[in-house]
Design a protein around this ligand. Structure first.
Ligand SMILES: Nc1ncnc2c1ncn2[C@@H]1O[C@H](COP(=O)(O)OP(=O)(O)OP(=O)(O)O)[C@@H](O)[C@H]1O
Ligand SMILES: [Mg+2]
Length: 266
């Protein structure tokens, strides 16, 4: 079967400017992601996770190699991105923000409203549809950001630490929410996170990257049945075993790169 996303020997070097040396962000990343798969990417800070998503979003060009998203027959947009912080327009209401992507796509106002309403309600934000982002808490803003992404309905959703800035409780609740949304839509998702727990909670597969330049170090298939509940999952002994496996590899990598940095220091 053709993968939905095919990343092949991807290398990204940011050119140096002035006295800054060129930076190799990714070195030979290859990864195939199936249609409808939710893949979580974990790796040390600065290892090129955002770069990988920006390549997939066409915001950056590879130096060598390629990353291809195979379009389906529908007229749905190919990809949509959700960043850390909801990125809502402060001058638009929640409803306007959520429907904005459909407006860009030229969807008629009535249909825009119906579709936006569905995801606003799913997110429990119906009472805030006419509020402005500044009137919402951080968690509610992030929920509005999710409603916007699912209303836009891209074939592939690229998520860059979308819950990174939230407190632990809100984060757990939003993980459960994302799991619900994903059950409804079964989209292909690439989800970047620093949290191994979050990756194991959400992903079908967890891909672990090395310190910069990012390569793929390790992969685990996540065995938990869906629908999943983030709290129950944490009591499953397989959860702690997988956590230990991923953390073991990540810790060795972080320590190794620290030592290398210290040795290079003048
Ligand atoms: N536009 C750019 N120009 C030059 N270097 C860049 C640029 N964007 C990123 N980098 C460098 O490339 C490397 C990878 O950055 P990237 O943002 O992809 O990492 P990351 O894994 O997302 O990090 P974090 O976990 O902190 O978000 C870093 O060393 C960063 O400084
Ligand atoms: Mg990043």
């Amino acid at each position: 079967m053709t993968p939905k996303i095919n990343i092949d020997s991807l290398q990204v070097i940011y050119p140096g400017r002035g006295r800054n040396m060129p930076v190799e962000a990714l070195a030979g990343v290859s990864l195939a992601i199936a249609d409808g798969e939710l893949v979580c990417v974990v790796g040390p800070s600065g290892c090129g996770k955002t770069t990988l998503l920006r390549i997939l979003a066409d915001l950056e060009q590879p130096t060598t190699g390629q990353a291809i998203i195979a379009p389906d027959e529908s007229n749905r947009p190919l990809k949509g991105m959700v960043f850390q912080g909801a990125g809502l327009f402060p001058w638009m209401t929640v409803a306007q923000n959520v429907a904005y992507g459909l407006q860009l796509r030229g969807v008629a106002p009535r249909e825009r409203l119906t579709r936006a309403q569905h995801w606003i309600t799913t997110m429990g934000l119906e009472r805030f549809a006419q509020s402005y982002p500044a009137q919402l808490s951080g968690g509610m803003q992030q929920r509005a950001g999710l409603a916007r992404a699912f209303t836009y309905d891209p074939q592939v959703l690229l998520m860059d630490e979308p819950f990174g800035a939230l407190d632990a409780q809100t984060r757990l609740i939003l993980q459960a929410t994302l799991l619900d949304l994903w059950e409804q839509a079964r989209k292909t998702v690439v989800f970047v996170t620093h949290s191994i727990e979050e990756a194991l909670t959400l992903g079908d597969r967890v891909v672990l990257m090395s310190a910069r330049p990012g390569r793929i170090l390790h992969e685990v298939m996540v065995p938990f049945a869906r629908p999943r509940d983030p709290i129950t999952l944490r009591t499953d002994p397989r959860f702690s075993a997988l956590f230990a496996e991923v953390w073991g590899v990540l810790r060795a990598e972080v320590e190794h790169s620290r030592t290398a940095e210290l040795e290079m220091a003048p």
